[in-house]
Write a protein that binds this ligand. Structure first.
Ligand SMILES: Cc1ncc(COP(=O)(O)O)c(C=O)c1O
Length: 393
């Protein structure tokens, strides 16, 4: 099955009778519609000449000041000139690729890793090396072996790309020890770290360990974050935090892309933060997603046949299901869609062609009754397609 066929199949999931665990969409009930209406009306009333005009490439100064404050609560202490506003973190990833990657450059990624980041790195013709995850994040021993082996071959990766908090796709969080070790190894092997962190706020059980950017003393970490999951993705407000030198290079690259992010959406986001809405609303979003995660975990435990395992994310939007060896989630997807349920196949998140027996499930978008029914449909399908060796156990 080709990738485009998968896309066609996923389009079918927009039909009413299919329960989709495939997307990565926030629950629209979390969107602050009234606040955005009021803020937008006020801005157009008071400063239409500014918010309908071009703005600086670096981003709206008020928003950057708010972002500096927002990051300080996580121990990232930087100044406004170390922040660049981007059109979603997706643009941030593309800027990283544009500035740092030449064809044939090496990038270390997690197995599994965020699919659209792999796509960006591939588009700059980088070569990817995967390092597997366990339940404490990217394995430091394998990372060390990989870096040492590459060094023996005279090769040095340009970047190590990680999503340390409630990762997309696995939901796994990197332990504090692994974070410290990763930074040590990055220093030893003189490579940069890209920390992509859209989910940090969506923590169901207390704060995750400090971000790599807060532990970094050398300007080695390029930090990406976004309001897509805490405010709404439609405003496309995200940012890169990095050394002044790197921000300068990103600004030059961004000028050639879009000159600047929309002034209006940046002003809305700045006012939203300044009014305290962001911090006051996150709790309710987390509560909603925690309930949905619990519903999915309970349904999986009740419905799935033996031999199927899954992660227990402490936050974020996703969990990761592994079927018994030999099962192929890509082959099963058309049958799942027929059954009225959809997921994302695991192989797309693997830079090394692995993950064939895995799938990513999203729990933020479907309702709780849909989660229950969707897992029931999925479990029925898995049960029917179990390899005979597993069924006999
Ligand atoms: C790990 C990761 N990085 C980046 C993004 C892109 O986010 P944005 O909406 O800010 O472009 C996502 C979105 O799901 C993500 O999961």
């Amino acid at each position: 099955m080709t990738r485009s066929l998968i896309r066609e199949l996923l389009k079918l999931t927009r039909r009413g009778n299919i329960i989709s665990f495939a997307g990565g969409l926030p629950d629209p009930a979390t969107f602050p519609v009234e606040e955005i209406k009021a803020i937008t009306a006020g801005l157009l009333e008071r400063e239409a000449n500014l918010v309908l005009q071009y703005g600086p490439t670096e981003g709206d100064a008020r928003l950057r000041d708010e972002l500096v404050k927002w990051m300080a609560k996580d121990g990232i202490h930087i100044s406004r000139d170390q922040v660049l506003v981007t059109l979603g973190s997706q643009q941030g990833l593309d800027l990283v690729g544009r500035v740092f990657l030449d064809p044939g450059d090496l990038v270390i990624v997690e197995l599994p890793s965020y699919m659209a980041a792999l796509q960006v790195f591939r588009s700059y013709r980088a070569e990817m090396r995967g390092v597997p995850q366990d339940d404490a994040g990217m394995r430091a021993d394998v990372l060390e072996e990989t870096l040492a082996r590459l060094a023996r071959d005279g090769r040095r990766p340009k970047l190590i790309y990680v999503v340390p908090d409630f990762q997309n796709p696995s939901g796994v969080t990197m332990s504090n020890d692994r974070r410290l070790r990763l930074l040590q190894l990055a220093r030893q092997y003189r490579t940069l770290v890209v920390e992509d962190n859209p989910y940090r706020e969506l923590s169901f059980e207390g704060a995750p360990p400090p971000p790599l950017a807060a532990l970094d003393r050398e300007g080695r970490v390029i930090y990406l974050s976004t309001f897509s999951k805490t405010l709404c993705p439609g405003l496309r407000i995200a940012w890169i935090a990095a050394s002044v030198e790197f921000i300068g290079r990103f600004v030059t690259a961004k000028q050639g892309m879009d000159l600047c992010c929309p002034a209006l959406t940046q002003a809305i986001a700045a006012e939203f933060c300044a009014a305290g809405h962001l911090s006051s609303r996150v709790g309710a979003i987390v509560e909603r997603y925690r309930r949905k995660r619990d519903t999915m975990l309970t349904a999986l435990a009740r419905e799935m046949p033996p031999g199927v395992t899954w992660t227990h994310p402490q936050g974020g939007l996703f969990l990761w299901v592994r079927l018994p060896d030999g099962m192929d989630t890509e082959r099963l997807l058309p049958l799942a869609v027929e059954e009225g349920v959809a997921y994302v196949v695991g192989a797309g998140f693997h830079a090394d062609g692995g993950g064939r027996n895995a799938m990513r499930l999203n729990f933020s978008f479907p309702s709780e009754p849909e989660i229950e029914e969707g897992v029931r449909r999925l479990a029925r399908l898995v049960q029917r397609n179990l390899p005979s060796a597993v069924r006999a156990k």
